[in-house]
Design a protein around this ligand. Structure first.
Ligand SMILES: [Zn+2]
Length: 197
């Protein structure tokens, strides 16, 4: 970006006008006051947001953002290692991809668990949801790898498959965590991850 094209974007909530707090690297913002969410690109783009509810008995102390993608997921041309063609699938699913900074194995583990959990949705909590650094495009790419990973882990040995993901709606989800030492434990799935800084 050249100096002449530099523009300042006001980080104010599009719904209530409050200023949106966040880390300098954040690109996903959820308003502490009204729960509205926006994503920073060339400008601040409003996006739907939901809160995932903690499992009974779990108390959320920290909220982290994820992308919740409602998508048509098509798996076709499944070919096993023996060269046998097997049935694919065509389903509408909710894929949940954590959007905060995690090491790849933790990201993978948590995305699989959250996607499998079909968490109960509610209103976005009126509390800080910080650290959202993953762009939606990257979340969609990761979602595709997640589905390919699921296919690879099915009992038959897979040689190849074609996976297409057609997003219908993408929302920001506030995911509840509790601190366990220096780790975070997801209050929806129980999965424990190392929070980077
Ligand atoms: Zn607001």
């Amino acid at each position: 970006m050249s100096a002449t094209s530099l523009q300042l974007i006001a980080l104010d909530c599009h719904r209530c006008g409050s200023s949106l707090g966040g880390e300098p690297t954040d690109m996903i913002f959820v308003c502490d006051h009204c729960g509205a969410a926006a994503v920073l690109g060339d400008r601040l783009e409003p996006v739907e947001a939901v809160g995932l509810m903690p499992a009974p008995g779990r108390q959320a102390r920290i909220l982290k953002p994820a992308w919740l993608v409602e998508a048509r997921v098509v798996v076709e041309d499944r070919l096993t290692a023996e060269g046998r063609r097997t049935p694919g699938s065509d389903t509408v699913r909710s894929l949940v991809i954590p959007a905060f900074d995690l090491a790849l194995p933790d990201l993978w583990k948590l995305a699989l668990a959250l996607t499998g959990a079909a968490g109960v949705r509610g209103e976005t909590p009126r509390e800080p949801v910080r650290g959202g650094v993953m762009h939606l495009d990257d979340a969609l790419t990761f979602a595709r790898y997640l589905v390919i990973g699921e296919e690879i882990h099915r009992p038959d040995l897979l040689r190849s498959a074609r996976v297409t993901i057609e997003p219908r709606q993408s929302l920001v989800a506030a995911v509840p965590f509790e601190e366990v030492g220096s780790d975070l434990r997801c209050c929806v799935t129980g999965v424990r991850v190392r929070a980077s800084a």
